[in-house]
Write a protein that binds this ligand. Structure first.
Ligand SMILES: Cc1cc2nc3c(=O)[nH]c(=O)nc-3n(C[C@H](O)[C@H](O)[C@H](O)COP(=O)(O)OP(=O)(O)OC[C@H]3O[C@@H](n4cnc5c(N)ncnc54)[C@H](O)[C@@H]3O)c2cc1C
Length: 508
């Protein structure tokens, strides 16, 4: 890696953002000899005792950014959106599920339509396989009730269930459910060697979590053609006079503004920030922002409808450390009785009393500790549908406005009800639920979508901007729909596909 403190020189390629999209794409282009600059707003996460301390992470929120966004009503909030090398994947739960084959077609819900992608599942399948290999995903095939075809085998055996979860798995099977081992980008021995904690929402500061930094970036940063510039925020893009190409990025580094130019640009700052950067880049020629002839930049923001569900059995103690090994897709395509698609259910990392206290500050800590000792904790997730008025905007002073219009709540309520019934059927007399915090756009996507028609989508199916032919957007913003499984593997698979396309079309 070349040292930062770089001159404002010309590169072959500039990648903005080192998250799942940016880092995966860069991993694939590192050996091309292209002279590449990766610009990242954050810094590498350094290990400290706080990295395994629920009080620091969930109560003191030490990893949250020093930033305020506005909601649709103009109310400020501090977003759970992480800025560091590796982006949000440093905090992710490592669940690496493929979207279902059906997710690439049109799906009909009671409250609206989930649109088709501009290509079929089969187009992405080989890249899913490459992404699973890159992120060393462990799992087992043949258990997931709507597993898409062609999952050819993971790189290792599924992470073992802990005893409470192994017992729950057989109870679920006994009542006819089909629990499956979650495919996980986790090296369980390495993770636990640093501390007996879950990994979900904990920062990955050792190789135990295979994330955008540890799995995709670390191995290429010593390449002489790759330069990483951290602590540097891209503020806007500038076009050539003809408007057809991007000429340079403007960055802010310690209060100083600089410009870097390149032949090709990949914007991968996350679905909220990529849209904001394009909107902030408005100029006389493009008053509505760059790549925005369709008027869709910032629109169609989606984030999944999510509920935390605690199944409590006062007579049993859950001794799990990490817990997060099971999923259930039995209601993904319908409830089995012809209903609309409902979504995915998966275990959360083990909840403790401190995490609960962060959510329920008025409750006595001892009561919360008791609850957490007797609960099994689930993440219930349903699709959020793209809507034009669900939007990222920027205020006149450049502040992000996240006006999220949630959709498809009837499907989500049905799924929560189904999950409650299932938990009662397997011996949990108390089931508590709480909708996930709207401050945390964990599964943000859709704001710079791809499509076949430049009138309705900013990006073509290879994530190239229709309006600027040397600009690609390769983070979750390209999603035309959110599906109802976790997004990271799909971001990575498409990033590999786009990297291959860049090699074929842009390197001569
Ligand atoms: C707690 C948590 C748990 C999750 N669990 C899972 C899971 O189990 N499975 C799963 O599939 N997904 C999970 N996710 C979601 C997943 O992490 C994200 O979907 C994915 O990491 C997004 O990747 P991205 O490339 O789109 O964007 P990001 O990860 O947001 O990356 C964007 C990068 O750009 C940088 N950046 C932003 N603005 C600028 C700027 N102006 N200039 C320069 N750099 C900039 C950021 O610092 C960041 O590094 C989870 C997320 C969270 C928060």
């Amino acid at each position: 890696m070349k040292k930062a403190g770089l001159s404002e020189k010309h590169y072959d390629l500039i990648v903005i953002g080192s998250g799942m999209g940016g880092a995966t794409l860069l991993n694939q282009l590192a050996d091309t000899g292209l002279n590449i600059l990766l610009i990242e707003r954050g810094t590498p996460l350094i290990h400290s005792t706080q990295a395994r301390d629920s009080q620091a992470i969930f109560v003191e929120e030490v990893y949250r950014p020093n930033e305020q966004w506005l909601d649709g009503a103009g109310k400020p909030f501090n977003p759970g959106n992480y800025y560091n090398v590796g982006g949000n994947s440093k905090f992710y739960g490592g669940v690496m599920l493929r979207f279902r084959q059906e997710d690439f077609g049109e799906l009909v819900f009671d409250e609206g339509i989930s649109p088709a992608w501009p290509f079929a599942y089969e187009t992405l399948a080989p890249y899913y396989q490459q992404a699973e290999a890159l992120y060393q995903v462990k799992g087992v095939t043949g258990q997931d009730s709507c597993e898409p075809p062609g999952v050819k085998g993971y790189v290792g055996a599924a992470i073992p269930d802990e005893p409470t979860i192994a017992k729950l798995r057989s109870q679920l099977e006994h009542v006819g459910a089909k629990p499956f081992s979650l495919p996980l980008a986790i090296d369980i021995d390495a993770w636990l060697a640093l501390g007996q904690t879950p990994w979900d929402a904990f920062p990955g500061t050792n190789p135990g979590k295979l994330d955008a930094e540890s799995a995709a970036l670390q191995s290429i940063l010593d390449h002489p053609n790759i330069s990483l510039l951290t602590n540097t925020t891209v503020t806007r893009l500038h076009t050539e006079a003809n408007g057809k190409q991007i000429k340079s990025v403007e960055v802010c580094q310690g209060g100083v503004h600089k410009h870097f130019s390149a032949r090709l640009f990949v914007l991968a700052a996350g679905a909220v920030n990529s849209a904001a950067i394009l909107l902030r880049s408005a100029d006389q020629q493009f008053p509505e922002g760059l790549a925005n002839r369709s008027g869709q930049v910032g629109r169609n923001f989606m984030n999944h409808n999510c509920t935390a569900l605690m199944a409590v059995n006062p007579l049993e103690t859950n001794h799990s450390v990490y817990q997060k090994t099971l999923g259930i897709n039995d209601f993904y395509l319908s409830d089995g009785n012809g209903s609309q698609p409902l979504g995915n259910i998966q275990l959360l990392g083990k909840i403790d009393g401190t995490m609960l206290k962060a959510q329920l500050p008025r409750m006595p800590k001892a009561a919360l500790d008791w609850l957490a000792r007797h609960s099994v904790d689930w993440y219930v997730m349903s699709e959020d549908l793209p809507q034009s008025n669900s939007q990222v905007r920027v205020s006149s002073n450049g502040q992000i406005i996240l006006d999220w219009q949630q959709s498809n709540l009837s499907a989500h309520q049905q799924l929560v009800k189904k999950t409650k019934q299932l938990m009662r059927a397997v011996g949990f007399p108390i089931v508590l639920t709480k909708a996930f915090d709207r401050r945390t756009p964990s599964h943000q996507c859709g704001t710079v979508r791809m499509g076949n028609d430049p009138a309705t989508a900013p990006l073509d199916p290879y994530c190239r901007a229709y309006d600027h032919d040397n600009l690609f957007v390769v983070d979750a913003s390209f999603f035309p729909s959110s599906a109802a499984v976790n997004p990271a593997l799909t971001i990575a698979a498409q990033a590999i596909r786009v990297a291959e396309h860049i090699k074929l079309t842009e390197i001569h």
